[in-house]
Design a protein around this ligand. Structure first.
Ligand code: IPE
Ligand code: IPE
Ligand code: MG
Length: 233
């Protein structure tokens, strides 16, 4: 990937696990398991390419309306992931942060998340945000209430600090797999000028080459931010 302008921050809407499994006549949980494995691979590729911040959408607030059996399977996968991945994150010098309301998770999983967050605090090569029980509208409403509680007016820059992404730069590129062309309540405020990339690939089959293609596509875009000449001019 020569002469490519890399995004600093990529968001992934990891959709299509269920359909990927169904096409293989397997239960949805099989798709989620393959999805978590692929999440690990794709995040590693992104960091290897030099992307600094990766934000993955693992579970939306609205996903909590799914059958309890599917949620329990997802919680088991989170338990397994957070239980095992600390070493690898430390080795890659990647800091982990979970965005969303984790109070719905089993207590031991919450404990694991707290531990791994604390232990990777000092890591600086990359930042991995995992969104769990995350909803952007809920995040914005919470931020507005927190801002109101200070009794002071906010501007765009001070308002950002009340969002769960805080001072992080907005995502430059948001990639959604699974063929749907919507944001499904992901980073609505932060995505104001994100480049959006949609692919029919299901999440478990999204490969390194697919990521490179998405980044190449991003690199060729002209980000004008409302102006007449963009950064390609
Ligand atoms: C995305 O895959 C993962 C989660 C939302 C937890 P889906 O489970 O939405 O898969 P499809 O869209 O049904 O194929
Ligand atoms: C979006 O996928 C949420 C995640 C990938 C975690 P959904 O499958 O929940 O989205 P909709 O329901 O098709 O909009
Ligand atoms: Mg889906």
């Amino acid at each position: 990937m020569k002469d490519i302008r890399l995004p600093v921050h990529i968001g992934f809407i990891m959709d299509g696990n269920g359909r990927w499994a169904r096409r293989r006549m397997r239960p949805r949980a099989f798709g989620h398991k393959a999805g978590v494995q692929n999440m690990i691979k794709v995040c590693n590729y992104a960091f290897e390419l030099g992307v600094r911040i990766v934000t993955v959408y693992a579970l939306s607030t609205e996903n909590l309306s799914r059958p309890q059996e599917e949620l329990d399977e997802l919680f088991d996968l989170f338990r397994n992931y957070f239980g095992k991945k600390k070493g690898k994150l430390l080795e890659m010098d990647v800091k982990l942060n979970v965005l969303g309301d984790v109070s719905v998770l089993p207590a031991d999983v919450q404990q694991c998340i707290a531990e791994i967050t604390e232990d990777t605090r000092h890591c600086t090569a990359g930042l991995l945000n995992i969104c769990i029980n995350y909803g952007s509208r809920q995040e914005i409403v919470r931020a507005v209430n927190a801002a109101v509680a200070t009794g002071r007016f906010v501007d765009e820059s001070s308002f950002k600090d009340f969002l769960s992404t805080g001072s992080l730069p907005d995502p430059d590129l948001i990639i959604r797999t699974g063929g749907e062309m919507r944001l499904s309540n992901f980073l609505l405020y932060q995505a104001a000028y994100s480049e959006l990339y949609f692919t029919d690939r299901m999440w478990p089959e999204f490969s390194r080459r697919d990521l490179e293609k998405a980044i190449e596509n991003f690199s060729a875009r002209d980000r004008r931010y409302g102006n007449v000449r963009g950064d390609k001019a």
